[in-house]
Write a protein that binds this ligand. Structure first.
Ligand SMILES: [Zn+2]
Length: 454
């Protein structure tokens, strides 16, 4: 983490300086950049309530199964029992929030192959922390875990499905984020300009039904999703030598240069939490698998998935049993609350900084083909709390952005002596409070596309 921020503060071009003879690079001796420091008051690891996370997971496991096609009305067994536990815990947290946090139980129907093709009743639980800035109150950052679980047979509600890791862990992370952030808002120690929504969805195991519905629910209410964090299987860290980094999966997207908004969210997460905490994986999900961030990602919304470092498949989607001396089942005893607490902190800190940040530029454009200079321009609405914009760049083979320039006035920057050919560029907004928006990669001016083909 320290190495990364030093690199940022030291200014741009460290990678380029290793190859001093490449032409088309910025001149030497550029003055060091003075960047706005990140917001103080980061959420501390000690402030995470591991005991409360453990208690919620224990209650969820005690529901026997939480498969979404089980009973929604039996208080003792089934997914309805799970919903009751989550709603009760969120209501408790809301009580301490000075009336800020609003708890919503969202009922709907959805069908898929794994509901037998028939509409099945589903419910999601949300806690909403409304943004303070009228301009951003309809921008929402979402953190989500799925409260449903499944046994080996994904159609059988009679079998036990404890789902401690998949995904009571992600549900507990989402709920703990609600506690940490509503408390910060209530105490006046943070001003969240945007709205934050903490979700526990159902229907994940029946085909991402709850998250697909959540996206529709948000759209119908006029929300723009600024970012979506899906926490799914974040409860264990089994390999020796931990704590290890949590994996953050982000898809390539379809635009030029593989810089999807989801990838930009992943980069923002790594920058906020540090490289020692986050392992970025440039892949939409684990190979051949899926999760609740996917409907958001497919809609072009910044969305990523958090998953533990090394999964144990005998402890996922398995009816608890012992077979040939091997114990199967997603059981509480395999959980690691030190690791899970880290994930909760890292999610909460990302939400804290993003909800404090100005809006990202609405569009960023790169011009300067067949000229010696690169010109970056962007558009953005007025915002008196914005300090300016950072122009980011990276070698085409690099994974991470560096800050090239900080611009306090205007909406364009001419990068003298920088070739448009050898780097990728992006722009992000910086608040007076030091919070950064996610980056918006530059696109070619559409009028010029193809016109300089020679
Ligand atoms: Zn899952």
């Amino acid at each position: 983490m320290a190495a990364f921020s030093t690199c940022l503060l030291a200014g741009p071009a460290s990678a380029q300086r290793l190859i001093p003879n490449d032409p088309g690079e910025p001149p030497n001796g550029r003055t060091k950049l003075k960047l706005v420091p990140r917001p103080g008051g980061a959420i501390s690891r000690q402030s995470v309530d591991e005991k409360a996370m453990r208690a919620l997971i224990h209650q969820l496991v005690a529901c026997g199964t939480r498969i979404s096609i089980s009973s929604w009305t039996d208080p003792k067994r089934g997914v309805g029992c799970g919903r009751d536990q989550v709603a009760a815990r969120l209501n408790e947290i809301a009580k301490d929030s000075g009336g800020r946090l609003q708890v919503v139980v969202d009922k709907f129907e959805a069908s898929s192959k794994r509901t037998g093709g028939n509409p099945a009743p589903m419910e999601n639980v949300y806690a909403i922390l409304p943004g303070s800035d009228p301009k951003f109150a309809k921008t929402v950052f979402v953190v989500s875990g799925h409260m449903d679980s499944r046994p080996s047979d994904d159609m059988d509600p009679k079998l036990d499905a404890p789902g401690a890791d998949d995904d009571a862990s992600g549900t507990a992370v989402s709920v703990e984020c609600a506690r940490l952030l509503s408390k910060l808002a209530e105490s006046g120690h943070a001003n969240f300009r945007s709205t934050i929504l903490f979700a526990a969805v159902s229907g994940e195991e029946q085909g991402l039904l709850g998250s697909t519905h959540l996206l529709e629910w948000l759209k119908q209410r006029g929300y723009t999703v600024g970012g979506m964090l899906d926490d799914d299987i974040v409860g264990a860290d089994r390999a020796p030598g931990g704590p290890h980094r949590v994996r953050v999966f982000s898809g390539n997207g379809t635009i030029d240069d593989c810089d999807s908004s989801s990838r930009e969210l992943a980069r923002a997460i790594e920058e906020i939490d540090g490289r020692g905490a986050i392992r970025m994986i440039f892949r939409v999900d684990r190979f051949g698998r899926g999760g609740d961030h996917y409907p958001f990602y497919r809609a072009g919304i910044p969305a990523v998935r958090f998953t533990e470092p090394l999964e144990e498949y005998s402890q996922q989607h398995q009816t608890p049993r012992t077979e040939n001396g091997v114990e199967y089942g997603d059981l509480e005893k395999y959980l690691d609350f030190r690791f899970m607490g880290n994930v909760a902190r890292d999610n909460a800190e990302v939400l804290r900084q993003l909800a404090m940040a100005p809006a990202p530029p609405s569009q960023a454009t790169l011009e300067g083909a067949v000229t010696p200079n690169a010109k970056v321009s962007w558009s953005a609405e007025e915002d008196p709390e914005r300090a300016g914009f950072e122009i980011l760049w990276r070698e085409t083979t690099e994974a991470r952005w560096e800050v090239f320039e900080f611009v306090t006035t205007g909406t364009e920057a001419v990068l003298k002596g920088v070739s448009t050919d050898n780097h990728f560029f992006a722009v992000r907004a910086v608040g007076e409070n030091g919070a950064r928006s996610i980056a918006v990669p530059t696109e070619m001016d559409s009028n010029r596309r193809g016109s300089n083909s020679r």
